[in-house]
Design a protein around this ligand. Sequence first.
Ligand code: DLL
Length: 442
Amino acid sequence: MSDFVIENRIWSPEETLPRDRLEALQLERLREAVRRASQVPFYREAFARTGITPESMRSLDDVRRLPMTTKNDMREHYPLGLLAVGRDKLARIHGSSGTTGKPTFVAYTADDLRLWADLCARFLVAGGLQPGHLVHIAFGYGLFTGGFGLHYGVERVGAAVLPASAGNTPRQIMLLKDLQADALVCTPSYALNIAEVMRGEGEDPRTLNLKVAHFGGEPWTEDMRREIESELGLLAFNNYGLSEVIGPGVSGECAARSGMHFQEDHFLVECLDPATLEPVPDGTQGELVITALTKQAMPVIRYRTRDIASLDRSPCPCGRTGVRMSRVVGRTDDLLIVRGANVFPSQIEEALLRVDGTAPHYLIEVDRPGHLDEVTVHVEMRPQFFSDRMSQIQALHDRIAKAIHAVAGIRVNVNLVDPQTLERSAGKARRVIDHRRDKGLI
Ligand code: DLL
């Protein structure tokens, strides 16, 4: 870890608004958000069906009467069907890559961009960024919101940006060494990658000048934080966001590093049981559902993030009053419900890792050919185990099925496949194909 001392600096006074004033502001803004969303036919029609008007939002609990928005709704209005302003009012368009091939576009007015830079400035300052620092940004500059989002946030703070963008690790290392950046912005896994490549070259990553890092865009753990901090000799801060809501800047850690403060004056957050859509108590994990209160170009009402986390409303020593969210522990799209049993792909992975002879490459296929769900787990054999002897293959097959039953509590079909035959991904590995979804059964 670094011996850099983080001062508790607050960027905007709104971050410390007493709860009653914050909630009054949220309610006022919720009405405005409903008014703005009424400019979008998708929302206008949904509001009309249930008699929603801005004035009908009498308390913050009334948010629960509003319709939810899903990623699928965004896809159905491709490319820009959810705009609340004319195209001539747009200042920027970003996009998030989806599994369906086409991105989901998100749009910003000039005011939205100003707000976004400010929201990023808030968490950057909370995590020790100072005017005069040089910030190395290794997020991609492009449709992804990471690069440009953080870029303007850093500029807003009054620090300098090195827009290194993503990829070409040796070049990133050269830039980090030669320009002596004080802060690093990228995904946590990429920071580890930079450290690993330096070590591979016989260099000590701790000799870089980095003092702080702001990581986001993917899940990571406390263990990973410890490892990155000791490898790179810096203090690492977590920040969270998603394109559909604005990008980075939805929440971020302060010096206390015990949860990410939600920027509640701009985003109303609910934590719901993903099955019943009822609120869960604070401290209990649920799906985050977010309403953007002030975004103009593309209002978003009760967006189902699919991110599982918990909320903590206890006071924070930093003085910020925004509720803190925990790390994202998983995504609801990772959870499979098979014949009523809940199974995470990670449980199948855990079972496979217990069985000798299987490689950590697998694909889970779920279907409902009749009335019952069926799961087939395709598993690669390790090259050294690959055998012509039926008896050996049968024994391996049985061991896998038993291990999965023991860990995940479900019976599955096992399909052993030759080494190197399952698809590899340059980004996130695709682990699940659920035919029930394609058939509209779930
Ligand atoms: O990843 C926005 C972002 C960029 C946030 C850079 C922070 C820093 P998307 O590409 O739309 O947007 O992906 C959003 O990434 O729903 C989470 O599942 C995941 N995610 C983002 N930040 C975190 C985080 C950006 N700190 C999706 N921890 C979200 C865990 C995160 N997961």
